[in-house]
Design a protein around this ligand. Structure first.
Ligand SMILES: Nc1ncnc2c1ncn2[C@@H]1O[C@H](COP(=O)(O)OP(=O)(O)OP(=O)(O)O)[C@@H](O)[C@H]1O
Length: 483
């Protein structure tokens, strides 16, 4: 169902944008007038009030957002679509706060603008959403200016003022909890508690008691009445993390609460009104769990009223540098030495795939801030730190050695098949491991064979023989007069 075309006033000081936007809207059948400043817009409005106003934020004679409250007093039903090159969550939220119908980050897709104008035409008689009086920027800082994050900001800006249930999906470490907290902190419930419960982190049999609380004696060990998360979060937001791990029984109870707005404590006849906003998160594909019969379809639809999908960090590589600098600044605020990233370091980080997403980047920056001696962080430091991070996980390290040995055997089998039978294999393969090991321990001990032998746990004479057999060059390893 599409709304009939109408009149649109486009305000931007860039004539190229005015022309392109006007042409695109005319193609959709709208009648378009344009203005290059607030003064021109005022004049155009005095002649004819458009059905929809489309305006840039930064204009030569003022700020389009500052103008909005007064504009909406004069024209309360006018839908205003704001676009801006200041692509931050604060701008997106502010646009919604001042009553904008929609917010589009620049550069925007003309199809997206067309859809926004059609939406505005269809709803032009509706009042703008009731606005929260949140301080802009008072919430947790969500960093990122990539198009994927702009889309996330748009959705957040639309839901902060209402109580719609939000389902956030995204890989681990993409910022799901931070987004949930932003929705809470920017909305009217922000003075009440934000309470989180992670379904994967507590024993399944305790989930219902955690959520709804329990009466004294409800089960073995329930010595006193305990308020559940629903009660603790009263007036605020309940964040249900890893919702895909919620057991079926608890899902059924949660669904009932969402339907009735009430819940009963475990083991009690007491019925309590639920006054929370629900934000749920998952790093699994919930619709797949529904298909597999592991998640209730009706609950999925109840939770998925407003879906927010967080991009993985490798899908928004252009944000890596911004995030890295943000985490280095935070580390410095916490008293760690202040560090700078050079260009090659950023290039290495932008090329890396970040399986642990933003959390991995944050940990890496803190580790480097704490451990690296130089003020400037270069590509080598990043590579080494990334290498250490993967080597710190025991299984992949062992697997890498195993894979290297297998690959070596395969090469010998192809290039020198006789070596598989001539009794030289043990010495060859072990020798290949032994040589770098002995060389490394000699270097570490300044060429001192006694200390190197002790570190290796072998007899000094054995070490000397192995040095001879393997033909290890001691030239660079001889300590002055020691050996
Ligand atoms: N856009 C962002 N800007 C700044 N910090 C971020 C951003 N996204 C994530 N972080 C930081 O990365 C860390 C991980 O984020 P968070 O805990 O919200 O991820 P998550 O998706 O909930 O992870 P999990 O699924 O493992 O629970 C946090 O320290 C958070 O502050």
């Amino acid at each position: 169902m599409s709304a009939a075309p109408g009149t649109v006033l486009v305000v931007d000081d860039d004539s190229a944008i005015r022309t392109v936007v006007a042409a695109a809207l005319k193609r959709e059948g709208h009648r378009v007038t344009t203005a290059a400043s607030i003064a021109e817009m005022r004049r155009a409005m005095a002649i004819a009030v458009p059905d929809v106003l489309v305006t840039d934020v930064v204009l030569p004679d003022g700020n389009g957002l500052d103008l909005m409250p007064a504009l909406l007093v004069d024209y309360p039903d006018l839908p205003v679509i704001v676009f801006s090159a200041q692509n931050t969550l604060a701008t997106a939220v502010r646009a919604t706060e001042v009553g904008a119908f929609d917010y589009l980050p620049k550069p925007f897709d003309l199809d997206v603008l067309g859809a926004a104008v059609r939406g505005a035409m269809a709803r032009r008689t509706r009042r703008p959403a009731e606005l929260p009086d949140a301080e802009v920027g008072g919430g947790p800082s969500l960093i990122g200016r990539s198009p994927a994050m702009q889309e996330v900001y748009r959705v957040i800006a639309r839901v902060v003022a209402n109580d719609l249930t939000v389902l956030i999906s995204g890989e681990s470490g993409t910022g799901k909890e931070l987004v949930a907290k932003a929705i809470h902190d920017l909305g009217p419930r922000r003075r009440a508690p934000f309470v989180a419960l992670n379904m994967a982190a507590i024993p399944r049999e305790l989930i219902e008691a955690e959520l709804f609380g329990h009466e004294r004696g409800a089960f073995t060990g329930a010595a006193a009445r305990v308020a559940g998360k629903f009660e603790q979060a009263a007036g605020g937001t309940l964040f249900l993390d890893e919702i895909g791990d919620m057991p079926m029984d608890a899902q059924t109870r949660l669904l009932r609460v969402l339907q009735s707005g009430e819940f009963t404590t475990v083991g009690g006849a007491r019925t309590i009104r639920a006054d929370v906003r629900i934000v749920a998160a998952t790093n699994k594909d919930l619709s797949q769990l529904v298909q597999a019969g592991q998640f209730r379809e009706d609950l999925f639809y109840r939770l998925n009223v407003v879906p927010v999908t967080l991009p993985s960090l490798r899908e928004r590589r252009q944000d890596v540098a911004l995030l890295a600098r943000h985490f280095l600044d935070r580390a410095a605020e916490d008293g760690l030495p202040r560090k700078q990233l050079d260009r090659d370091a950023v290039a290495v980080m932008e090329g890396y795939d970040w399986p642990g997403n933003v959390r991995e980047l944050e940990n890496l920056m803190r580790r480097i801030a704490a451990l690296s001696r130089d003020e400037w962080i270069d590509a080598h430091t990043i590579r080494r730190a990334l290498g250490e991070a993967s080597a710190a996980q025991p299984a992949p390290g062992d697997a890498a050695i195993e894979a290297a040995v297998r690959a070596r055997l395969e090469r010998i089998a192809i290039e020198e098949p006789h070596a598989l039978d001539d009794g030289s294999l043990y010495d060859r393969i072990i020798g290949e491991v032994e040589r770098p090991l002995i060389e490394a321990m000699l270097a570490r001990n300044g060429g001192n064979q006694l200390r190197a032998a002790r570190a290796l746990g072998i007899n000094r004479n054995t070490l000397r023989k192995r040095i001879d057999t393997l033909g290890i060059d001691m030239a660079g390893n001889r300590p002055d007069g020691a050996e």
